[in-house]
Design a protein around this ligand. Structure first.
Ligand code: FES
Ligand code: FES
Length: 174
């Protein structure tokens, strides 16, 4: 057993005694009841289980949770799908997913949402040219599998959030 202390969606958790082989996915779903993070392939192939990890320098990245131990996140700050709503209001990305009917069964949605959010935050720091946008979105969402094949809708939703706030996410004067 190892003690795990972690910040999730801005809230500190722990220290909690967890088995060294407990996956982060099981910690979230079974220990904390946070079932928004899904379990798909269990083999780091579909990214339906992906969460956001926040670095101290303000950058962020996504990580699968199915094959990653909970204790490997000790001391870290993460965000899950439950953390996107602020003051009872859906994020711009969540609204866009709904507007585009981006999901069907919804099993992959949390992973796409987290990946899209990481992309938005990256572009806010480092904007890209308009001409690079389609490829940038495609590259960011690459690796996330949707068994309902809603790839185009997800792509369009993320792209439209960026275009709706182009001063923030795109290089000016393009
Ligand atoms: S469930 Fe984790 S990558 Fe598929
Ligand atoms: S919406 Fe069903 S797996 Fe993507």
């Amino acid at each position: 057993m190892t003690k795990l202390s972690i910040t999730i969606n801005g809230q500190p958790h722990g220290p909690t005694d967890v088995r060294d082989d407990l996956s982060m996915n099981d910690f979230l779903r079974e220990y904390l009841g946070m079932t928004g993070t899904k379990f798909g392939c269990g083999a780091a192939q579909c990214l339906s289980c992906a969460i956001i990890v926040d670095n101290p320098d303000g950058t962020s990245y996504t990580s699968p949770t199915c094959v990653t131990s909970a204790v490997s996140f000790d001391g870290k700050a993460i965000r899950t799908v439950e953390g996107h709503v602020k003051n009872g209001e859906l994020s711009a990305l969540q609204k866009a997913f709904i507007a585009h009917f981006a999901f069907q069964c919804g099993y992959c949605t949390a992973g796409f949402l987290n990946e899209g959010q990481v992309l938005l935050e990256r572009l806010a720091r480092t904007p890209v040219n308009r001409a690079e946008l389609e490829q940038t979105v495609a590259d960011a969402l690459d690796g996330h599998l949707c068994r309902c094949t809603g790839y185009v809708k997800y792509h369009e939703a993320v792209r439209d959030v960026i275009l709706a706030d182009s001063k923030r996410y795109l290089v000016a004067n393009q």
